[in-house]
Design a protein around this ligand. Structure first.
Ligand code: EPU
Length: 300
């Protein structure tokens, strides 16, 4: 077995349940699982996994990820590295840092430009991967460079241009799936902490008013089609409140699927299929998932 060495790799756990590692609380298990609070060993590990053709998936807080499989093959690597350092206008952040934490720290330090991060419930690594955004800001507006580990296990620095960001998209998502983002450096400007904090509170207030943040969800289920809003389209189909098993189209925001408790991945996938079909029938628009689904396909 090419992955047998993983069983004795320091810190590796076998058949780890993924539900507790997912924001949604849904998941099968990971054949092998390792949580890294420090990425020193990561380059060597990634190089070896690629040489041995062992599949791997790197996750942060899994706030945008649906595990729809009984057991994920290979190794699931949870990056829990945290750390923020400010050097003039540049702020460098480890991949496992939560975006709201980054926003709060920046307000405290009087660094402006990352207030939108208060509305992104994920890690920095995941946010760079998916060019996350909220309330008028997105990663691509502020990112200077990303530090990454390539499939050979070499550390590299990529400029924002090389990340080739687009709406909820990046080169990592499109074609560099085996690369790992380890940290990101953002540009900020100087402003009084109270001013930055006031904007951050606005973001939080707006989010509380429009999104079901008190319930477990994966954020926006579908991307917005050009010039329109998936939430508006799903809402117009009268789907708010529709429930399949423990999964429900949020009555507060139609593009959110909330877990009422005990939802299965199949409940979520069935609800996604219904939302897509109804929007297609009524508007002729094919919604594209924003959330990442591992295992069964969204249309299963
Ligand atoms: N709308 C409805 N019904 C609904 C929901 C929304 O009619 O149930 C309408 C709203 O009234 C508004 C429009 O649709 O006119 C847009 O809604 P909203 O302002 O809530 O923004 P959104 O396009 O649904 C996007 C991002 C969110 C981000 C918010 C705020 C996407 C797919 N979603 O949502 O990002 O927080 O803007 O900036 O781009 C995420 O990516 O996970 C996410 C939550």
């Amino acid at each position: 077995m090419p992955d047998a060495w993983l069983a004795s790799y320091p810190g590796v756990r076998e058949h780890e349940p993924l539900g507790p590692h997912s924001w949604y609380g849904i998941g099968g298990s990971a054949r092998y699982f390792i949580e890294l609070a420090d990425d020193t060993a990561l380059p060597e590990l990634i190089g070896r996994l690629n040489r041995d053709h062992v599949p791997y998936l790197v996750i942060g807080a899994a706030t945008n990820t649906l595990f729809a499989t009984d057991e994920l093959p290979g190794v699931t690597i949870k990056l829990s590295t945290t750390g923020i350092s400010v050097d003039g206008d540049a702020v460098s952040v480890s991949a496992g840092t939560l975006m709201p934490k980054l926003a709060a720290e920046m307000a405290r330090a009087g660094r402006a430009g990352l207030e939108f991060a208060a509305g992104v419930p994920g890690t920095v690594g995941g946010s760079v991967f998916g060019n996350a955004g909220a309330f008028g800001g997105e990663v691509k507006d502020r990112l200077r460079r990303a530090e990454v580990v390539d499939p050979q296990g070499k550390r590299q620095v990529m400029t924002a241009a090389e990340c080739a960001f687009a709406y909820r998209d990046s080169v990592f998502k499109r074609s560099l799936g085996r690369w790992v983002i380890t940290s990101a450096t953002f540009s900020t400007t100087s402003e009084p902490p109270a001013t930055v904090r006031a904007r951050l509170l606005e973001v939080q207030k707006h989010r509380r008013a429009t999104q079901p943040i008190e319930q477990r969800s994966l954020g926006s289920t579908f991307k917005n089609p050009p010039g329109d809003s998936a939430g508006r389209l799903i809402d117009a189909c009268g789907l708010k409140g529709l429930q399949i098993g423990g999964a429900q189209v949020s009555p507060k925001h139609a593009n959110f699927i909330v877990n009422l408790g005990g939802a299965s991945a199949d409940d979520v996938l069935a609800l996604m299929a219904e939302m897509r079909d109804r929007v297609k029938e009524r508007f002729g628009i094919e919604l594209e998932p924003e959330i990442r689904v591992f295992g069964r396909a969204p249309r299963a």
